[in-house]
Ligand binder design. Structure first.
Ligand SMILES: [Zn+2]
Length: 251
């Protein structure tokens, strides 16, 4: 049930076709895991908080640095040196007190990833490195949790939505080398891609529209073009290839 205040706060989205009070109630019940409180995480967490999801668990082990501030807009000058998740949670709480924000200052590793995502309905990949993305992709498939990938580089970005057992996974799509540590990025790019991820999360929870599945969306801000590449689930994929119908339905 929505309160009177929630009916008013979410009025403009409740009247979106296919949404309704029922859609808002679904959002209120949803538990979203966001890996990374950087540029992508700032955008995704801000709009998911504004939209009224029930719980957001933000996980990041980094502290805010001056060179983060061109793109990680939940962190401000006064936050330099603070934990990113604490800084982010403070702003998100001010935006919407109706959303429960869990701030976890931890590095996501093979040892803790399963426990970190336990009890969550969706995983947003707002990371900045491929090894952790693969870790999250793998655990999403193992636990049958939809996975919303986003990545940025300079003026370019990518996004894809992964439904375990049904669609191509991140490993089906990416086979490349691990990119360099320090990559160029202008703040508007993670804003665009993080909002695409948040849009996909909202659509998935509410049950409207067509998801960005089996389609890798590539955004080029310089030419201002969105290009789509069809991708297929790889039967030999080392992350999702051994899944069979019977196995997936049990999870
Ligand atoms: Zn795969």
């Amino acid at each position: 049930m929505l309160t009177k205040g929630e009916m008013e706060r979410y009025d403009r989205q409740i009247i979106v076709r296919g949404f309704g009070v029922e859609g808002q109630e679904k959002l209120k019940k949803a538990r979203v895991f966001i890996a990374g409180a950087g540029g992508l995480g700032s955008a995704a967490a801000t709009y998911l908080t504004a939209a009224g999801v029930g719980v957001i668990r933000l996980v990041d082990h980094d502290r805010v640095e001056l060179s983060n501030l061109n793109r990680q807009v939940l962190h401000w000058d006064e936050d330099i040196g603070r934990s990113k998740v604490a800084s982010a949670a403070e702003k998100l709480n001010q935006l919407n007190r109706g959303v429960e924000i869990e701030a976890i200052e931890e590095m996501i590793t093979e040892a803790n990833v399963s426990q970190l995502v336990a009890g969550f309905d969706l995983i947003v990949d707002a990371m900045d490195n491929l090894p952790t993305r693969y870790l999250l992709n793998k655990v999403a498939i193992e636990k049958n949790i939809p996975f919303f990938h986003g990545a940025v580089h300079g003026f370019e970005g990518r996004a894809i939505t992964i439904i375990p057992g049904e669609t191509a996974c991140l490993r089906c799509v990416y086979r490349g080398v691990i990119p360099e540590d320090k990559f160029p990025v202008i703040g508007v790019t993670p804003a665009v891609i993080g909002c695409i991820q948040a849009t996909e999360v909202i659509k998935y929870i509410v049950g409207v529209g067509q998801l960005l599945t089996n389609r890798l969306l590539v955004y080029d801000g310089l030419s201002m073009k969105f290009t789509e590449f069809r991708v297929k689930k790889d039967p030999n994929c080392e992350h999702c290839g051994d899944l069979r119908g019977e196995e997936t339905s049990e999870r």
